[in-house]
Design a protein around this ligand. Structure first.
Ligand code: GDP
Ligand code: MG
Length: 174
């Protein structure tokens, strides 16, 4: 094992309004401030997963300024990615596919952990993307899949634990 604790950089990607900031704030433990409109932020926390501590630095900066430069940086700097769409918004689901393709292009030969996240699963009546569609997309794009509800805190812990496990799996196989 490493002599120092590594810090894993996790980048949130996804269209505006899908819930990236809500998910990031829950991770950061400041979920009460959901009225705050922020352009971007990072959250630094260590989590214990399977009895072992891991330090995650979660970047919610995708929309901070929509320059090519920043978005290119985002595509380059992550150790892992969370691509979020809203299950109530088909176009955000299509955007998630575009982002996956963009990411693949930016990180050609690398096997980076990616989790596709269908957020807002609590909004049952306005659902536009089924669980099956989400899961099938993740299979095509060779990544993990989870549905979350930031509003109900459903599966949010599992999401970030899943990221840690995916990072560890790849490290251990090297
Ligand atoms: P971002 O633009 O991707 O950062 O999205 P935000 O985190 O700012 O969320 C956009 C809006 O969706 C806000 O009004 C949130 O309160 C709402 N929202 C986020 N996640 C959920 C969720 O899981 N369920 C519901 N019902 N609303 C959510
Ligand atoms: Mg945001």
């Amino acid at each position: 094992s490493d002599s120092e604790d590594p810090v894993y950089k996790v980048i949130l990607l996804g269209e505006h309004g899908v819930g990236k900031s809500c998910l990031a704030r829950i991770f950061g433990g400041i979920e009460d401030s959901h009225d705050i409109e922020e352009a971007g932020n990072t959250y630094d926390r260590s989590v214990v997963v399977d009895g072992e501590e891991a330090c995650l630095l979660v970047f919610d900066i995708w929309e901070q300024d929509e320059t090519h430069w920043l978005q290119n940086q985002c595509m380059k700097m992550g150790d892992a990615y969370i691509i979020v769409y809203s299950v109530t918004d088909k176009s955000s689901f299509e955007k998630a596919s575009e982002l996956r393709i963009q990411l693949r292009r930016a990180r050609q030969s690398e096997d980076i952990p990616i989790i596709l996240v269908g957020n807002k699963s609590d909004l049952v009546r306005s659902r536009e993307v089924s669980v099956e569609e989400g899961r099938a997309c993740a299979v095509v794009f060779d990544c993990k899949f989870i549905e979350t509800s930031a509003a109900l805190h459903h599966n949010v812990k599992d999401l970030f634990e899943g990221i840690v496990r995916q990072i560890r799996l790849r490290k251990d196989s090297k």
